[in-house]
Design a protein around this ligand. Sequence first.
Ligand code: PXL
Length: 282
Amino acid sequence: MKRIVTIQDISCVGKCSVTVALPIISAMGVETAVIPTAVLSTHTMFSGYTFLDLTSEIEKITAHWKKEALGFDAIYTGYLGSFDQLEIVCGIFDEFGNENNTIFVDPVMGDGGALYPGFTPEFAKAMASLCAKADVIVPNITEACFMLGVPFIKPPYKKEDIEDLLKRFADMGVRRPCLTGIAYEEGKTGVVTFNPKEGSFYSFDHDRVPASYHGTGDIFASACVGALMNGLTLEKSLSLAALFTAESIKITYEGGKKQWYGVDFEYVLPKLSDMLNKAETL
Ligand code: PXL
């Protein structure tokens, strides 16, 4: 069985980070180890949340794992809350990364043209340095623009602008840069990726539900990691993850739920193995 480790916070309520990565990746038949970076009562879009920083535990955990000679088929990072954590995670990539595993960075920092509370443009630059060590990155357009220090790009997106962003990440050293929340047609959304070796771009889009919910980026990234670990190509993995996320959003939208409580991906989980079996046709 493949084994990955995900490094991100536990937001006790709110369906994001570890509480979505664990069920989704496990449901795809992949062992999911965790390094919780912090414990919050909810994610940071609620007010008055509690916060326990676990930075000092991270290297103790990985030192033990080294002694046990543990290895991982992928290292998947999500929300990281401080410069210290970025530095520590960088060290983990050096220690646990190799040619046979995948370093997957979701540089969770913002959406809709703004950074989440507590993040700064300087932090985004530091996150860009972490991304430079990754095989795959999946920023949204907000995160990409902040990391590259370019003005925020609003829809409708022009192909040349999006492809320019992807090429800049490739120039920084990212093996397979991706961008989420992108489509070139109105009423659609999707994902775009660049293959620098082949000089080719791939995009996948689907109908956009006219609502935005918290945690959907984490659901997308988790499903993508799970698909990659099932041997799918990056292109098929991105497409499957986009469809899984879109279906989770659609079900939630139809139920009329508030956006901060995350999406009801649980209803779509039972379909995941079928989606994996049919992924070749995407
Ligand atoms: O869904 C991303 C995320 C993860 N973890 C925490 C967050 C957020 C987004 O705001 O606050 C703690």
